[in-house]
Design a protein around this ligand. Structure first.
Ligand code: FMN
Length: 381
């Protein structure tokens, strides 16, 4: 209470609907300039690719790779996931409707934002359910935090008729949120319990700080098959939460240097390599600052099955309108196909094996982690 001018200010601040709306406001003000590591990746050009444009197959197995508990929906048309963003606010109705229309149009999966607001208030379910209404047969993914209970997970899945459930880990974000969680122990066990209780597969997810292999391996060995790496270099929730809480002037959130933790995290490129090494047959979603079709191709050559995108799509929609969202997806699919064509990759499995050169910080990072960046330049046949 001490940090708020009134009870009303406190209530407004902690009200989850306001938080979700503020995330979008702050997100739109973020500058788009961090390194995802993808700029350290370069494809080796093939001068005789032996491919024709019409032969290129961009489909990917999605549900099938997540294990036996998944529905019969499997193939998606392009290796792109519209990743978790919103739900719980009036603004979310329009956003989720349009994102679901895009998911349907392009036959790609879509994740909804955290269902936390829905768990607190049933009246808000419609702000998420609109996505299912728009795309009744598409792959729709629910989203909850790793603190959630089994019951919360079951309610989420049922309310959304979800095909899979993303469970997000977001410790850095929570620590920069005045109202955030401060206890992260026991969460691995909690997630595994949820996964074993649900009739659909679980995808373990980060929200922009990336993943390390040892932790992915622990989940993989316990039976989790889906990992959305949410790497560093795109939307940055430390920056978003710092801006949100700045107005409170709380001493317990002040840092010796404002930007002290602004580059915390494993880049997207690094995280993909970590995750793939730890989960050889898992479904790896390469997300975090993926900006265009060439970067989608790079995430795949590094080891992901598909790319996840949040910020780029939300910015297109909110700053330039619905048509822009569809144009961005269309354009990046064309860019992906151009890259595949020039590489002689007829399908996504072939793209995964294409030679890449890894330079700079990414090279050093992978070397230090014994992830052997050289092997990407000389693939084993
Ligand atoms: C406005 C906004 C809200 C988000 N809300 C959630 C959320 O509720 N749950 C979650 O797991 N991730 C959430 N994310 C994180 C994204 O799903 C994604 O992991 C992250 O933004 C990195 O991808 P990007 O750089 O393409 O945005 C949100 C992202 C944005 C931009």
């Amino acid at each position: 209470m001490d940090y708020f001018k009134s009870e009303k200010q406190k209530k407004d601040y902690f009200f989850r609907e306001n938080r979700k709306a503020e995330h979008i406001d702050q997100f739109l003000q973020l500058e788009d300039e961090a390194s995802t590591g993808l700029e350290d990746v370069k494809f080796i050009h093939h001068f005789c690719p032996e491919t024709a444009w019409d032969e290129i197959d961009t489909t990917v197995s999605f549900c099938g790779k997540l294990g036996s508990k998944c529905s019969e929906k499997d193939k998606i048309a392009y290796p792109i996931l519209i990743d978790a963003m919103t739900g719980g606010t009036e603004q979310a109705v329009a956003i989720n409707r349009t994102l679901a229309q895009a998911a349907k149009e392009f036959s790609i999966p879509m994740a909804l934002g955290s269902f936390a607001a829905g768990l607190e208030n049933n009246d808000l379910w419609r702000t998420y359910q609109v996505a299912r209404e728009e795309n009744p047969n598409g792959i729709l993914i629910g989203n909850i935090g790793a603190h959630a209970s089994k019951k919360d997970a079951e309610i989420t899945v049922e309310a959304l008729e979800a095909d899979c459930l993303e469970i997000h880990f977001n410790c850095p974000q929570e620590l920069f949120m005045p109202e955030g969680d401060r206890n992260f122990s026991g969460m691995v066990e909690n997630v595994l319990e949820i996964a074993s209780a649900l009739p659909i597969p679980v995808i373990v997810k980060e929200v922009g700080f990336g993943m390390m292999g040892e932790e992915v391996a622990a989940f993989y060995q316990a039976g989790i098959r889906g990992f959305d790496v949410g790497g560093y270099g795109g939307t940055n929730f430390i920056q978003i939460e710092k801006e949100r809480s700045r107005k409170l002037k709380r001493k317990d959130l002040q840092l010796s240097d404002e930007i002290l933790f602004d580059n915390w995290g494993n880049t997207t490129a690094h995280s993909i390599v970590e995750a793939r090494a730890a989960a050889p047959d898992g479904l790896i979603i390469g997300s975090g600052g993926v900006r265009h079709g060439l970067e989608i191709a790079k995430t795949i050559a590094l080891g992901s099955d598909l790319a996840g995108q949040a910020g780029v799509l939300l910015k297109a929609l909110l700053q330039r309108g619905e048509k822009a969202l569809f144009n961005v997806l269309e354009q990046e699919i064309r860019e992906l196909k151009i890259a595949m064509m020039m590489l002689g990759a007829k399908n996504i499995e072939e793209l995964k094996k294409k030679e890449i050169l890894i330079f700079g910080d990414l090279y050093h990072t992978l070397s230090l982690r014994d992830l052997r960046p050289e092997r990407f330049a000389r693939r084993e046949k």
